[in-house]
Design a protein around this ligand. Structure first.
Ligand SMILES: [Zn+2]
Length: 503
């Protein structure tokens, strides 16, 4: 660390793209509906003190006295690939803002699993353009643990920091680590060697949680951190699991090691980490419970609240957030005191607002975007509560972040409460229920559009959680999906003896 005060440009552009969902991601998804598009001081205000990557950048730079040059922070809920116009508009805006800034170094918060119409590797494309302008100034990037890191992105960033936890409760920490890393590399960029290993490996995230410390990813991350702690020249070792619902050539796991010693050091660390990753691949497999059986188990259990995690329609994995299988089954089985949500359905929200609290009307709920995953539920319902859809995250993930889901409503169908919103988001924070007047510990059964992240906040509140598999765009067994663009061979699609078979 030189002690020199740096002018650091800060920006972000992040979304995780599921190629198999019927919703393209558009500018409206960044500007509203649970997304975010902030510029300049507004970005700093929104993220200061908040558990986001941008929050980590801001807080880390403030603490070390470097100058923050905020550019633009864009984020949307996972969903379909960005349409070409949306991608180019935000990318070019971000690049323009960066080019206006007199920066010494650059910090970028990207996701790593974005896909855009006509652009299978947006992060590589963004970094290529950024590098054209940045020249040899340091560009340090933070990516999600589920990033599909391309060779281009690996080569162009000065260093890449990945989240170490899932649920992702270390977003701000990752931002802080990036600031520290930036201080270590500034002025000596030529000394940073990257060891990048692509693994011919596509992993499900269903057993990737690190929070109870027992899973395969927890063990891999511990191993990686030990290597970093034991070696001053190893700046960072990041493990990327990949995002299996992006149908692009760089969809696969990867590891990146950044060393100041030499290239062979970076390569040998990356080899070691890749080997550990590969041998643990089978430990990531975990079975889910078919929806019908899951609902029966929940209704016959005395444990409450009993959570049915609707993993195949998790918006955080790019699910449409509006499939109806669990709702339909709960109604068919006469469930008492159940909550289902949050279902993305602007039409139902509109109707609820027109109907008014306490009034009854005929509703069509969900099933509109991807009818192949189940038809809408047509039913009478009473409007129980209306909300502007704004809440502040209280759980460990995104703590302090103000979220804006769009207008939202709580409907009562017999003894089942159904939450509907204009936006789309995984139910990862209890305040999403509180904003509609629901105490999350009150219902007997909670059928939630979630996968792993919600456990950070809901785990301590509920008695039991099972992964309920219903039809949806983020089905656990992704080998059933009609991929066309993957780099093969790839585990588990092809028999492979070694991760080096295709590297
Ligand atoms: Zn992730």
């Amino acid at each position: 660390v030189t002690g020199r005060k740096l002018r650091v440009a800060v920006g972000g552009f992040a979304q995780e793209s599921n190629s198999f969902t019927g919703i393209p991601t558009t500018l409206a998804d960044f500007e509203g509906r649970g997304g975010e598009l902030r510029r300049g001081e507004d970005l700093v205000r929104e993220h200061h003190g908040v558990n986001t990557v941008l929050g980590g950048f801001v807080d880390g730079l403030l603490a070390t006295g470097h100058e923050i040059l905020p550019t633009m922070g864009a984020r949307a809920c996972p969903g379909g690939p960005l349409d070409s116009q949306t991608y180019r508009t935000i990318r070019d805006d971000l690049l323009l803002e960066l080019e206006r800034m007199p920066y010494d170094a650059l910090l970028l918060s990207l996701h790593g699993a974005m896909v855009a119409e006509g652009e299978p590797d947006p992060e590589g494309d963004i970094l290529r353009r950024v590098r054209e302008h940045a020249g040899d100034r340091p560009v340090v990037v933070v990516l999600d643990m589920h990033a599909n890191v391309s060779p281009l992105a690996a080569r162009l960033a000065t260093a890449i920091v990945g989240y170490r936890t899932y649920p992702h409760i270390d977003m701000a920490d990752s931002g802080l680590r990036a600031v520290k890393l930036l201080e270590q590399v500034v002025g000596r960029e030529a000394e940073v060697h990257v060891g990048y290993r692509r693994l011919p490996l596509m992993l499900p995230s269903i057993n990737m949680r690190t929070d109870d410390g027992s899973g395969p990813m927890a063990a891999l991350q511990r191993g990686a951190q030990e290597l970093v702690a034991d070696n001053d020249e190893l700046l960072e070792l990041s493990l990327f699991a990949g995002f299996p619902y992006a149908d692009v050539p760089c969809s696969h796991a990867s590891v990146l090691a950044f060393s100041t010693r030499d290239q062979s050091h970076a390569d040998s660390v990356a080899d070691e980490a890749a080997e550990r990753f590969w041998v643990s691949r089978k430990a990531f497999e975990k079975s889910t419970v078919p929806a019908e059986e899951a609902v029966r188990r929940a209704l016959s259990s005395s444990e409450r609240p009993f959570v049915l995690a609707d993993v195949a329609d998790n918006p955080g994995s790019g699910g449409t957030g509006e499939t109806t299988t669990l709702l339909r089954l709960l109604l068919e089985h006469g469930a008492r005191n159940a909550f289902v949500g949050i279902i993305h359905d602007p039409e139902a929200v509109k109707k609820a607002f027109a109907t008014g609290v306490g009034e009854r009307a005929r509703f069509s709920i969900g099933g509109k975007i991807e009818p192949r995953f189940g038809a809408p539920v047509l039913t009478d319902a009473v409007v129980q509560q209306l909300s502007d859809g704004e809440y502040t995250c209280a759980g460990p993930m995104l703590r302090g972040k103000r979220e804006r889901l769009g207008r939202s409503a709580l409907l009562r169908v017999e003894s089942v409460l159904v939450a509907v919103t204009e936006g789309r988001a995984s139910v990862n924070d209890p305040n999403m229920l509180h904003m509609l007047g629901v105490d999350p510990t009150e219902p007997r059964v909670l059928a939630l559009k979630v996968k792993g992240h919600f456990r950070a906040a809901f785990g301590p509140l509920v008695a039991r959680i099972i992964d309920a598999e219903a039809p949806g765009a983020s089905m656990t067994d992704f080998t059933q999906l009609p991929f066309r663009n993957l780099t093969r061979p790839l585990h588990p699609f092809d028999p492979l003896e070694s991760w080096r078979s295709n590297s």
